[in-house]
Design a protein around this ligand. Structure first.
Ligand SMILES: O=C(O)CCC(=O)C(=O)O
Length: 309
């Protein structure tokens, strides 16, 4: 029996959230109909949940979790039920990737060092991604733009001041700064991810005792507040954290579930994936900005989205 109404749904079916996944890949075609081979209750389940504008990936995950179908069978059946020429799962196997085969990676305008690599979750620490001058220029560009940091409310999606994030923040929009645009292109090449599928740089400035307590970067498809943010650009698949200053003591980026902490070093960058290949949020990516003990810390976040942002 199918799990009736197991997945989140949108009150506005016209929004068709799965359009975000209609990227550039052609739909795979097979001769045999997977959908027609399903028992009537599963066929009804797919039809009804599509009519309620459920996210196809959530539906496929539910079908696979039932143990009766593989994820590939589930996707094929859902695609057939949707019809058309493109797969609803078109980009869902594609993730940002960094080539870690060499210890130093030559990009168009700079060579960066691969300092640390972890497979699951995928974490890569990169050295010398920005020059000292580039870090200083970005910091200077934002020096008078900071406001108290906020988080995105899971209740209503609003930007909300939260006691778990005590830093200040500033943004650099694309086109605002030649240097930031150059770094944007560099990160796009580094992460093998289209520039337009990423959020603007978000700077975070921490003084002594400031921190960002453990949190996830992925948007929660089950929360009302995050759903509206998912509509623009889809999931946050990957994160780059650029360390723009050295910090005398504290201020590491810690992953409490896996016992890893990265210490800030000016010019270095931390990359991690927030989801698996099916774009399902990864609980192991829980991370925090540890309190700064001595000195101050400035970072720039760059979030890579599933589709155009
Ligand atoms: O400050 C850090 O090292 C982590 C910051 C972070 O996770 C965030 O701003 O989302």
């Amino acid at each position: 029996m199918p799990p009736w109404h197991p997945v989140e749904w949108k009150s506005n079916p016209a929004a068709r959230p799965y359009d975000a996944f209609r990227f550039t890949f052609a739909k795979m075609t097979t001769n045999a109909s997977v959908f027609a081979s399903l028992p009537p209750d599963w066929q009804g389940w797919i039809r009804e949940n599509l009519a309620r504008a459920c996210h196809p990936q959530d539906m496929a995950n539910s079908m696979a979790r039932s143990g009766q179908y593989s994820i590939e069978q589930a996707r094929a059946a859902i695609d057939e039920a949707i019809g058309g020429t493109q797969s609803a799962f078109a980009s869902s196997d594609k993730l940002p990737t960094i080539d870690v085969t060499a210890n130093r990676l030559q990009l168009s305008d700079r060579a960066v060092d691969i300092l640390f690599v972890m497979d699951r979750p995928r974490i890569v620490l990169l050295g010398d991604v920005l020059s000292g001058e580039e870090c200083d220029a970005i910091v200077e560009h934002c020096s008078s733009r900071y406001a108290r940091s906020t988080v995105t409310s899971e209740v209503d999606g609003a930007s909300t001041v939260h006691q778990g994030r005590t830093s200040d923040m500033a943004f650099i929009q694309r086109g605002d700064s030649d240097i930031a645009d150059r770094i944007d292109r560099r990160l796009s090449e580094l992460g093998n991810w289209p520039l337009e599928c990423s959020e603007p740089f978000q700077l975070q400035k921490y003084g002594v005792s400031h921190e960002y307590r453990p949190h996830f970067d992925w948007l929660n498809p089950s929360s009302t507040g995050h759903r509206s943010h998912l509509e623009r650009g889809g999931q946050r698949l990957g994160t780059f954290i650029l360390y723009l200053t050295d910090v005398e003591q504290g201020g590491g980026t810690a992953f409490p579930n896996i016992g890893v902490e990265v210490h800030p070093r000016k010019g270095n960058a931390l990359f991690f994936l927030n989801t698996d290949a099916a774009h399902t949020p990864d609980q192991q990516t829980l991370h925090a900005g540890s309190p700064v003990v001595k000195g101050s810390k400035i970072i720039a976040n760059k979030w890579l989205r599933a589709s155009r942002y």
